[in-house]
Design a protein around this ligand. Structure first.
Ligand code: HEM
Length: 416
């Protein structure tokens, strides 16, 4: 295939899980690639090499998250303003917003959740394995991340089903199985000022406000209380919009991503039985293997930036105002960094992946939480798989070039 034939907006390709050869062509032959788009969008540049993805996401002054948001959808000034969360904010204000919850997501801040998480993981796995044949996504990976977040937000367990549904409807906004209103359709125009153009956002906001009303002025240690009862370090209090968009970001960011990381890892271990055998034989390898799990899974395909000035890159000029997309997933298969990038190797050393970004201002706030969830999941799951595990039906994927997700994954356990 020629690089000029590559179209990274073709969702059929992503739904089939076949974007990898396209990334290979771009890394090799056109490290800065122009992708045209149907109107009203204007097209975008893509970077796919590890070094370029790191450079673009580190340089927030040249490649802004705030100027046009972080998704491919092109927004007008009003939409940018109303939909903006920390993820779409640059500079001093971004830092101040991030600092509000930074401590809660450090290993120290998270240590108190380990026992809860391990108990929850065991119960989830035991219930699934007792079925022998089950959908791995539905019974194992789907609910765990949001249950942990529900605990951090101090949301009652009976509301977690609702949180899961909201997350699916928003992040799956290009997938008819998830979205009630498909992004980009005429129907979605009515919701254009909402994150993901999804009416589910209104329900999330409403719920966030309800929690805020209950907790304002209290001394709760949950994330909502911490958000509303502190003033950011720049001295500018959280507006209503800041709060609702922050709350929504928390609900969305850690939910699908961690779920898909767990599902992809399970699939990789089934597809590479010798790697599963290694971990079964020596479970002490599991914590180190988590980095290879994350590289392999790459649950976030991309985030977008907007150039704030003309920049020369690989012999082309990216003009001020143009979109430039960092393809994290493509960088995680860069042969300049990873020896045999398509080899799933649980013993791989110094796995310098960009699954959470790398060294930039927006580097994933929840990376330590995600790492802990994935580690505990496989520390508990792998020793219970000595009876074997095998596919029991077709794997289906989320129809999206943003989230690399597995929707259904039927498996049979204990078949040996
Ligand atoms: C395997 C799971 C996860 C993946 C692959 C992932 C990936 C990412 C990526 C790629 C970014 C943007 C990095 C950049 O632009 O430089 C990001 C940002 C973010 N992530 Fe995660 N994430 C995961 C789990 C989580 C969890 C569990 C949370 C917790 C709620 C979370 C919260 C956030 C937040 C709040 C941001 C925005 C940070 C900022 O703008 O400063 N993520 N994540």
């Amino acid at each position: 295939m020629l690089p000029t034939d590559v179209d990274l907006t073709d969702l059929d390709v992503f739904e089939r899980g076949e974007a990898w050869p396209l990334f290979d062509v771009l890394r090799a032959e056109q490290p800065l690639h122009w992708n045209s788009e149907p109107a009203p969008n204007h097209g975008f540049w893509s970077v796919t090499r590890h070094a370029d993805v790191v450079a673009v996401t580190r340089d927030g002054a040249t490649f802004s998250s705030e100027a046009g948001g972080t998704n491919l959808e092109e927004l007008d000034a009003g939409q940018i303003e109303t939909r903006k969360s920390m993820l779409e904010t640059d500079g001093v204000r971004h830092r101040a917003l991030r600092r509000l919850l930074q401590h809660e997501f450090t290993p120290r801040g998270l240590a108190g959740y380990e026992v809860f998480l391990r108990g929850l993981t065991r119960a989830t796995i035991d219930a699934a394995l007792s079925l022998r044949e089950f959908d791995f996504v539905k019974h194992v990976s789907a609910d765990l991340p949001i249950r942990v977040l529900a605990r951090m937000l101090d949301v009652p367990q009976e509301r977690t089903g609702q949180l899961i549904e909201w997350g699916n409807r928003m992040v799956g906004n290009s997938d008819p199985d998830y979205a009630d209103v498909l992004a980009g359709t005429a129907e979605s125009e009515e919701f254009r000022s909402l994150p993901f153009r999804s009416p589910a956002a209104l329900e999330v906001f409403e719920y966030g406000f309800e929690l805020a009303r209950q907790r304002r002025g209290g001394d709760g240690q949950d994330l909502v209380s911490k958000l509303i009862n502190q003033v950011p370090e720049d001295g500018v209090p959280l507006s209503e919009r800041d709060f609702r968009n922050y709350f929504l970001l928390l609900v969305v960011a850690g939910n699908e991503t961690t779920r898909h990381a767990i599902s992809h890892t399970m699939k990789a271990l089934i597809d590479h039985p010798r790697q599963l055998e290694r971990l079964l034989g020596d479970p002490a390898l599991i914590p180190g293997a988590v980095e290879e799990f994350l590289r392999w899974a790459s649950p976030v395909y991309h985030f977008r930036r907007t150039a704030t000035r003309d920049v020369e890159l690989h012999g082309h000029t990216v003009r001020a105002g143009e979109k430039i997309v960092a393809w994290f997933a493509a960088a995680n298969r860069d042969e300049r960094i990873f020896d045999g990038p398509y080899r799933f190797d649980v013993g791989r050393r110094r796995v310098d992946h960009v699954t959470f970004g790398k060294g930039g201002p927006h580097f994933c706030l929840g990376n330590q939480l995600a790492r802990m969830e994935i580690r505990i999941m496989f520390e508990e799951l792998i020793p219970r798989l000595s009876g074997g595990i095998e596919p029991a039906g077709e794997v289906t994927r989320v129809r999206s070039n943003f989230i690399n997700g597995i929707k259904t994954f039927p498996v049979r356990a204990g078949s040996r």
